[in-house]
Design a protein around this ligand. Structure first.
Ligand code: ZN
Length: 438
């Protein structure tokens, strides 16, 4: 007999030992039942890009608080970036420390990115053995001196090694030469100006870096993942490379779909990120690419910082948006309701495609034999995000005050309810997940 049956409008889902064991109308009863009639059942979100900063910078976030926020947004699995934890995940010892820390504190399942920095290409094989989903490199300054950017030769060597290991390389694609050169040109009286910051990181810097990374990936025969593409033109350049045979996946983030550069001027440092938010024309082009199916994955790039790092001088403020809880809300409200993005496509962007691209075998869809990772969503209920709804460590988010149609009612991780009716219901239990490499 299954442990749990979820009763839906047309179909029920039976769960045993954390796995889906049956799907169909009017399944036999179980010890526990959840009434999900009137709700939409999505696969649990897989957030392939975020920064929980554990170990070492848990005063910025931590997996205990971060994973609760993810779960409150319908998420059941995250891929933690190799920074801004300390130490950064650039060798096996750092990987082991992070894996152990996250296993203690996360309520959702987790996977780990390795880092690619100058001098650590020889560490990549051991990181692959440990089970990283891929390797992240910066083409411009990362904001942290302990995670230096990859010069072109480091990136090429890393791509070749990643290809040998059968794993993708993820790149933060902004040109160092262009962004640094333009930043130097800012006149002293303009330092701290929001407009000056935006103009120092133009779309050109993004598309030049995407083009270069796709060229190197093709030469290396490697899989490439472009994180947080902020512009329609950036997506178009990556898609052109894909048409030429480059194995490239394209990620964007909810904040590029929800906010424009006018919002940075209105909200200040809470909406500061890199690449920066774009103008309305570029945002419309990004939506066009999303609706056309060119973008593969939407991930939060949740990059939190304590309040003191988000106040004062804009030029000095931390660049990163903390929005891990709002991904599905943005896609439902601005995508499904405002632009006709289908619910099937939404679940592909946040679950099926993340699992397929990064070869997480047992997750990403609702089918017999899969992990029972589910988000139960009332798509017609409207909510306004208040700071007290945020489960993350610091209640800093540009989405505070925004209204969304679509509300996560319950999140189930391997058959266990971890979030329901606005409350977190688990204390731990997150497990490490690794890609399946044949
Ligand atoms: Zn990031």
């Amino acid at each position: 007999m299954p442990d749990l049956v979820i009763r839906g409008d047309a179909q029920d889902i039976a769960i045993e030992n954390g796995k889906i064991v049956a799907i169909g109308p009017e399944l036999p009863g179980a010890a526990k039942e959840i009434d999900a009639r009137g709700l939409h059942v999505f696969p649990g979100l897989i957030d392939v890009h975020l920064h929980f900063n554990e170990p070492g910078r848990t005063e910025w976030e931590g997996a205990a608080t971060g994973s609760r926020a993810l779960a409150a947004g319908g998420g059941t699995l995250f891929f933690d970036m190799p920074l801004n934890s300390t130490p950064c995940t650039v060798n096996a010892a750092a990987f082991d420390r992070k894996r152990e820390a996250l296993a203690q504190s996360s309520i959702t399942d987790f996977a780990l990115w390795g880092g690619l920095i100058p001098g650590n290409v020889t560490e990549m094989a051991e990181l692959a053995d440990r089970g990283v989903v891929g390797f992240k490199a910066f083409l411009c300054d990362s904001g942290l001196p302990e995670f230096p950017r990859a010069d072109d030769l480091t990136l090429f060597d890393g791509l070749r090694e990643a290809a040998r290991l059968g794993l993708p390389v993820a790149v933060h694609a902004e040109s160092q030469e262009i962004t640094q050169g333009l930043a130097r040109r800012i006149r002293p009286e303009q330092r701290g100006s929001i407009r000056a910051f935006l103009e120092s990181r133009p779309v050109l810097a993004e598309i030049e870096a995407i083009q270069r990374a796709t060229l190197l990936a093709r030469e290396a025969g490697a899989k490439l993942h472009i994180v947080h593409v902020s512009s329609g033109r950036g997506v178009a350049i990556a898609a052109e490379a894909r048409a030429r045979g480059v194995d490239v996946s394209i990620e964007t983030c909810p904040h590029y779909l929800f906010f424009t550069e006018d919002d940075v001027e209105r909200l200040g440092a809470v909406a500061k990120c890199a690449p920066p938010l774009r103008d309305a024309v570029e945002q419309a082009a990004l939506w066009t690419q999303l609706l056309a199916g060119v973008i593969d994955i939407v991930a939060s790039d949740h990059s939190p910082a304590p309040p003191y790092m988000k106040s004062g001088d804009f030029a000095q403020a931390w660049g990163g948006i903390a929005g891990v809880q709002s991904t599905l809300s943005v896609l439902l409200d601005r995508g499904y309701y405002c632009r006709g993005l289908s619910l099937e496509r939404i679940s592909s962007l946040v679950a099926a495609e993340p699992a397929r691209r990064f070869r997480i075998q047992s997750k990403g869809s609702i089918a017999i034999g899969m992990d029972a990772d589910l988000a139960l969503v009332n798509i017609s209920r409207s909510t306004t995000l208040e700071s007290q709804h945020l489960m993350q460590r610091h209640a800093l988010s540009p989405y505070i005050g925004a209204s969304f149609r679509g509300c996560v009612e319950r999140t189930i991780r391997r058959g266990e309810t971890v979030f329901a009716s606005g409350e977190i219901t688990a204390r731990s239990g997150g497990q490490f997940v690794r890609p399946f490499l044949s």
